[in-house]
Design a protein around this ligand. Sequence first.
Ligand code: NIG
Ligand code: FE
Length: 421
Amino acid sequence: MKMIIKNPSQIVTCSSFEGKNGSKMQDLNVLSDSSLVIEEGIIKDIDKTNIILEKYDLNEYEIVDATNKALLPGFVDSHTHFVFGGYREEEFSWRLRGDSYMDIMQRGGGIVSSVKSTKEEDFDTLYNSAKKRLDSMLSFGVTTVEGKSGYGLDMDTEIKQLQVMKKLNEDHVLDIATTFLGPHALPKEYNKDEMKFIDFMIEKVLPRVKEENLAEFADIFCEKNVFEIESSKKYLNAAKEMGFKLKLHADEIVRIEGAKLAGEVKAVSADHLLQASDEGIKSLVDNDVVCTLLPMTAFSLKEEYARARYMIDNGACVALATDLNPGSCFTNSIPLMISLATIYMNMSIEETINALTINAAKAVFREKQIGSIDVGKKADMIVLEFPSYKFLSYHIGVNIVEKVIKNGKLVFDKTKGGILC
Ligand code: NIG
Ligand code: FE
């Protein structure tokens, strides 16, 4: 597997082996007149095109001619719930009519309704629908995705969801970072006793997930009337002790200072943050926690967007992700997300691209392996139909990804009918 990507109009490297904070997010490090060599799935060389063409025997390489096309790192979708049973289209209509997300949840709909469908579906049914969603992500240029459990809330279904992701990680070309989100909602039978449920998670479920090596991260829906600060803290500290890296759904609907807690427990990322306070954001910056923003959820829930500008201007490392799930945000559209980030959240396209590549890689603890075009990193890249990365925001709502290269292999090519693997 040897490949030369010849003569792209731009190599948008996003070069870095660390996340980018604050003003560094403006830096894309774009190369022109350059080409790139891949061997054994790894980026081996990047140099001026004339030098590359002289130095290597072209007969030994598959040549991808990218003349007039921009080359970027593959996108990392660092927050999704892509394994779930059933759909909630009725609930979406209720929300359009004016019902709130939390009202629907409190009267027994929302997450709990997906839990019911996920319990009912067998492994193969869940596997097949999730696989289709991965194919769709790939066509948008996503090369690594994070996926969460959380539609089980019991031992067997949580494990089933995680096993589906494990199998898909083996079978599908996308890489999957797996997150255990057992405390996603409180089952009715716990009679509002959130600590009792958290203790069950800590004593029974987390140890099994660890034993079977089914998840790298532990996450919790830290929210008013779901899991409040005290129970979240207990769960996160216990998970950390068992060796999980931490994530939080924090300050999404009501400000309960989940962001501060994320800083305190030194989570890898804090996600949503629509209501995060100045102090909460400071805690995230001071503790090197990635702020993962999910603009399509705010859009879908008709909530105010997270304060991306304030965060970046105050030194935060911001990532963007889709939050694909059957309830609050049933979309994995990267173009829509880019439009919302650039037009409504006042992020520049340069910041947006770093948020979707190197910073998202940091949000899944993989910034040393993926998220930028640097020698030694995995050859996960996309070729656009246009000569400049600026078309990603300019061509509103349109998928302009022409080719996807994953582990050094061409796996998607719009000019050849789409997915090739
Ligand atoms: O990230 N807020 C909590 N969890 C998900 C939604 C899950 C659902 O509605 O099914 C989120 O928005
Ligand atoms: Fe989520």
